[in-house]
Design a protein around this ligand. Sequence first.
Ligand code: IMP
Length: 196
Amino acid sequence: MHTLIFATNNQNKVNEIQSLVGSDFKIIPQKEAGIDIDIPEPHDTLQENAYEKAITIFNITNQNCFSEDTGLEINALNGEPGVKSARYAGEGRDFQANIDKVLINLDSLENRTAQFRTVICLLWKGTNGMETYYFEGICKGHISNEMHGEKGFGYDPIFIPEGASKSFAEMSIEEKNTFSHRQKAVTQLFEFLRSR
Ligand code: IMP
């Protein structure tokens, strides 16, 4: 059984990933590991931010850990909000303000295609020291004209994945996981760990 600390304070991410874990892994959210800090995300790429979160927790715990950073990339907005998804409408990290800004910016635009992209950084204690691995998951879809649904978090109420006719916020965690960026990245992480 592999035990891994998950470097996040986002309970929604924890819930989505916990629902994918089999009995062969134990995922410990950073808070349960006794770490109550908010790790900054100062970089220009998801990969660098994911590394920053993971290395901060690794340096404190010296245990195998992983983190993930996710962005919503909207084609007509040149990939915005992207790496700035959490703070698109300001430092308050307000989900509703972020959604409002997306809907306003897309108002006169026809192309509403977008994708969520998740990058996971795994820091693994190998025989010759710490090893770093990355896993990526992409979910393509489009931005709806208005909000639908109450579930999920972040941009879920305005994102409709390809192959679905409802938003992520209208889906259970299990249904969201059949489409999601996070599930695709985590599945690769678990496959890698099973091969260790
Ligand atoms: P983070 O920097 O990876 O924590 O995520 C950046 C922001 O992207 C979050 O604050 C959410 O607004 C948004 N986000 C991340 N993952 C999802 C998701 O699965 N659905 C909807 N929004 C998400």
